[in-house]
Design a protein around this ligand. Structure first.
Ligand code: PSU
Ligand code: MN
Length: 302
């Protein structure tokens, strides 16, 4: 059995004529990812920048129990509403139980993109190895999904509440090429650099496409990291203090598993309100722009 994916008409037409498509997740656009009305603005800006580059955007979601690759404009308000978080393992459950709206995480989105024939996917930040994972075992399913689906994931790295050094180690073990877009450091989402060196720097979309075409296994993916645009970067020290206290609060109140990421994201949002939301929008749009460039290069249009 494999995933049955329902394409929107424009995504299907693009794939039929080998035009470039960029997949998106839907958690970032739901209340789990960004507060209203920033979530609607994020979706608008990502769609616009992908279309401006000559690509077709494909938002992934589970709607009325259907696995969707591409949604209609009239369905956008559903994406901004109350969501149930859907990682890759939850997709079959959301289908079997006909969930109204399942918001896809990175792991679900790359699995849906792969099943539906889309090779490039843009997000804000990926999940990773959590701090203290040696005790909790909390490693995001995003990492294995990136490793085992033939999709290029474009992200601003991962947030610093994760253990970024172990996240990089895990990606190395899983055999995922990790590339830095015109940059030498693994980005930490709100800040351009985590202080950890990126394994390989790349200078162009064509180079990314060539890495993808030359991988040893045609089932594996790669991670392209793009630093947040400098004008929107947050102050690293202020952020560290917020992260420490949010993690301590998780520990004290027994918040575990899939609930950790949305909880910490909420606390960061409250503590840095004025600046974290514009930063999030800027990096999501920037990632979508780079992903579109890569999709164009991959489709051979360059
Ligand atoms: N990190 C962010 N913003 C997000 C997420 C992660 O900075 O919105 C979401 C993404 O959808 C990601 C998911 O795939 O959280 C990871 O959740 P978990 O840590 O439970 O695997
Ligand atoms: Mn987890």
């Amino acid at each position: 059995m494999s995933l049955r994916v329902v394409h929107s008409a424009d995504v299907l037409a693009a794939l039929d004529s080998s035009r470039p498509v960029v997949a998106l997740e839907s958690t970032i656009f739901s209340h789990l990812g960004l507060p209203a009305p920033a979530n609607a603005e994020a979706l608008r800006r990502c769609l616009d920048v992908i279309r401006a580059a000559g690509c077709v955007p494909a938002v992934t979601a589970v709607l009325d129990g259907e696995v969707r690759l591409g949604i209609e404009e009239s369905e956008h308000p559903r994406i901004f509403g109350t969501a149930r978080k859907v990682a890759e393992r939850d997709v079959p459950v959301a289908v079997a139980q006909r969930w109204d709206f399942g918001a896809t995480t990175v792991s679900a989105a790359v699995a849906i993109a792969a099943a539906g024939g889309v090779s490039v996917f843009a997000t804000g930040g990926i999940g990773g190895v959590h701090r203290g994972a040696e005790v909790s075992g909390d490693v995001s399913a995003d990492l294995d999904a990136i490793a085992s689906n033939p999709v290029i994931t474009v992200s601003a790295g991962a947030k610093a509440f994760l253990d970024l050094a172990r996240t990089l180690e895990y990606l190395e073990t899983a055999g995922v090429p990790v590339l830095g877009w015109k940059h030498d450091w693994f980005p930490a989402f709100y800040t351009p650099s985590s202080g950890l060196r990126i394994p390989h720097r790349v200078e162009s979309a064509l180079e990314v496409a060539l890495v993808h075409r030359n991988r040893s296994r045609d089932t594996s993916g790669l991670l392209l990291t793009v630093p947040i645009p400098a004008a929107f970067a947050l102050d690293a020290e202020q952020l560290d203090a917020v992260l420490e206290s949010a993690l301590a609060e998780c520990e004290a109140s027994g918040i575990r598993g899939a609930a950790v990421t949305p909880f910490v994201l909420g606390r960061i949002g409250e503590a840095t309100a004025g600046r974290s939301v514009p930063a999030n929008l800027a990096l999501a749009e920037n990632n979508a722009r780079v992903a579109a460039e890569v999709a164009v290069a991959l489709s051979g249009a360059l």
